[in-house]
Design a protein around this ligand. Sequence first.
Ligand SMILES: [Ca+2]
Ligand SMILES: [Ca+2]
Length: 292
Amino acid sequence: MNQTGKEKNKNTFKIGALLIVLLSLIVATTGCSNVFSMIAGKNGELQPPGITSVVNADGSSQVTITNLNQKGDIYYTLDGAEPLTNSLLYKNSFTVSQTATVNARVIDGKALSLVTTQQFNITQVPATTGQTPTASVPSIKGLGVEVNGLFDVWASSTLSPINGIDYNISNLTDYDSATAWVEGASGNGYGETVSFSYKGAQTAQIQGVEIVNGYAKSSTSFYDNGCVTQLGVKINGKNVKSLNLSATTSPQYLDLNCTVSRGDVIVFEINGVQEGPNDGEHDTAMSEISFY
Ligand SMILES: [Ca+2]
Ligand SMILES: [Ca+2]
């Protein structure tokens, strides 16, 4: 039997209406709307959890996750995956002894909080003669980087990556002279700073600082960039030293003779620069800073 155009339109309308009713039923009976919030990873009601960590003596980190809500459970993963109810259920603080990305969220029934992430990069410190500490936990936290498990480190400016090579502050504390932090200010970087905030539980005696100046990867990279000739040292805002540095890629050991307690901030300020002969871009670099 042939249908007229009007009948076809009627039938199409009926099928459309039926589909709408069916979809509404599915949403109403299965709570399917939460599928959408799962996909979006958003829920306005639940606060995402807090993640804090303390460095253990062996270089591992003790991780505590806090539920800021009066309801729900914390689920977490260690491999960067999205935490869902089939992930690890948080009960007590735990130890991270290998490099890990901790993702955590609060789940209450079908409600999901946003995910809180913290990266843990656990590495061993190369052996040094007569120097402490013996463990390193460089862990990126926002702009800062933990060094020796005892400091958060940050820079006043950083040169953007060029040809896939980055000049991040983490390069300054990675025990690798072939990687460098490069200031990102216009000009030679006078007044630019790198800051170390001490977070150890116990007061520490710092005898001195070891610095690998310039971009020490190769003679080419050294001469293509500036290095530091004078470095001011401030502790908690007070000038304590002015260090004179040589234009060489060899490690330089400079006395600091200071004591730091938790929360103290040591700031190194570039006060003198020697440009490399080929430093057309006016980029001043340092490859390593560590304390002994
Ligand atoms: Ca380095
Ligand atoms: Ca510059």
